[in-house]
Design a protein around this ligand. Sequence first.
Ligand SMILES: [Zn+2]
Ligand SMILES: [Zn+2]
Length: 237
Amino acid sequence: MPKIIHKGIPGSFKKYRLHLKIDDEEKNLVSRRTVIKGVLLYQTFQVIVTCLLFKVTGNHSGDVDVGPKPSLIVLARQYVIAALVLDTWLYFGHRIMHQNKFLYKHIHAQHHRVIVNYPFAANYHHFLEGFTQDTIGGILAIRLSGMSPRASIFFFSFAVIKAVDDHCGSWLPFHILFGNNTVFHSVHHQLYGSKYNFSTIFFVHWDKILGTYMPYSLEKRAGGGFEAHALEDNKNE
Ligand SMILES: [Zn+2]
Ligand SMILES: [Zn+2]
């Protein structure tokens, strides 16, 4: 029976702790210290790339044309389009990185060194994954939705918070609002889950349409917290 470790979880939050089949942080293939260093390195890279992109494509006149303020309906439509575009890009990119052994070994495996999740592991990935998935996906979402830079600040802030929340390793009451939530993504991080639940951030429709959705159940655990089970055990092999 593996020892359950609650590193870093304050007492009042332990009742929300999510337990999975492999629920022992000793199973993680990388230390928290290495993850922090990796995240800081990736974020530094992302800031440099963003500055370079602004330098090449930005408006150097100093004038900022914010245009007319969009109505709430227009804004809602832009957010839905951006979420669908980003989710589609992330689903197929993520799935390809699992199916192609070279891409998995040299790029995506880094993110999967964390099997039992904690919040700041969300951004622990190879810089090429961050660039091809987050940066290019983000540019496409902005361009195709037509949202303003100001609107994109709120959209991407929410997307980043959601990604961190999906790795939080706890089942909080509001998670029931999202099909794509911390249990859904935690199942993907288990060893048997790497063929399922590729959807990232907002929706789960691509997994459902293409047969890669792994359903799960959630029960209250006697010792506190919640226990998640994949419902299709035949998929565990
Ligand atoms: Zn993840
Ligand atoms: Zn993955």
